[in-house]
Design a protein around this ligand. Structure first.
Ligand code: NAP
Length: 249
């Protein structure tokens, strides 16, 4: 028996990186997957085809998670097409790193909108059908930077710390409806977002701070999300799972 047989999952920001790995992992475990992206049309199309070839229902949506009305339209369509939503992974995120002295209000707002407001937008849409079904798992992608802070990343850290507080609150608000809400805090994971960290001496400097002595893979994070999405974590809510190779012990 597959862990997510007949479940419907929505994953934001799945055309690349961690989101793509989550969509593939969930499909491998039997879930039908609706996923979003912003601009990578070809990659999204390719992923949709790959998921469908795995024998599940899949659909790519070009939908900006930072815009409330777009998430409203998205979730209405997913419910029409897929019939229900069991799992929502709020993964879409960006970084616009800068020292605070040089950070413009626009840079700050963009990170907050894509990383934090998006989580409000999506969660607000999915809880209604989940409440009706009396079940659901919401997984919000935070970061170890939200747990530890980092110079030059104040907007990113604030948005990711905000996700942790939001997730705890939703866990308390909706636990009695059997809706679980958890956050995942990845460390350095090999994706486009961290490609600038990978080379030369800087990479060795980062790796020396990680007890497991390597950057994480997207599959490392997808496996954590699989645990939180499935009934294996049926008594886990309001938690932040640090998947960082021990970086933030
Ligand atoms: P990535 O490789 O840069 O991919 C970002 C994904 O999000 C893409 O699919 C992108 O779509 C989508 N996206 C961006 N803005 C969007 C928006 N407004 N609406 C909908 N989709 C949007 O990023 P990643 O490294 O996989 O990171 C995924 C998540 O994990 C982010 O929340 C990130 O903060 C978090 N995280 C990453 C790391 C890491 O080391 N990589 C560590 C901790 C936390 P397009 O392809 O169309 O642009």
């Amino acid at each position: 028996m597959k862990l997510l047989e007949n479940k419907v999952a929505v994953v934001t920001g799945a055309s690349r990186g961690i989101g793509e790995a989550i969509a593939l992992k969930f499909a491998e475990q039997g879930a039908n997957v609706a996923f979003t992206y912003l601009s990578s049309d070809e990659k999204a199309k390719a992923l949709e085809a790959k998921l469908t070839a795995m024998g599940v229902k899949a659909k790519a949506y070009k939908s900006n998670a930072a815009i409330y009305e777009e998430t409203e339209t998205l979730i209405a369509d997913v419910l029409k097409e897929f019939g229900k939503i069991d799992i929502c992974v709020n993964n879409a995120g960006i970084s616009k790193d800068n020292l605070l002295l040089r950070m413009s209000p626009d840079q700050w707002d963009e990170v907050m909108d894509v990383n934090l407001k998006s989580v409000y937008n999506m969660t607000k849409q999915v809880i209604r059908p989940m409440m009706k079904a009396k079940s659901g798992s919401i997984i919000n992608m935070s970061s170890v930077i939200g747990v530890m802070g980092n110079a030059g990343q104040s907007s990113y850290a604030a948005s990711k710390a905000g996700i942790i507080g939001f997730s705890k609150s939703i866990a308390k608000e909706l636990g009695s409806r059997n809706i679980r809400c958890n956050a995942v805090a990845p460390g350095f994971i090999e994706t486009d977002m961290t490609s600038y960290l990978k080379d030369g001496e800087a990479a060795n400097g980062y790796i020396s701070q990680i007890p497991l002595n390597r950057f994480g893979t997207t599959e490392d994070i997808a496996n954590v999300c699989l645990f939180l999405a499935s009934d294996l974590s049926s008594y886990v809510t309001g938690q932040t799972l640090n998947a960082c190779g021990g970086l933030c012990i």
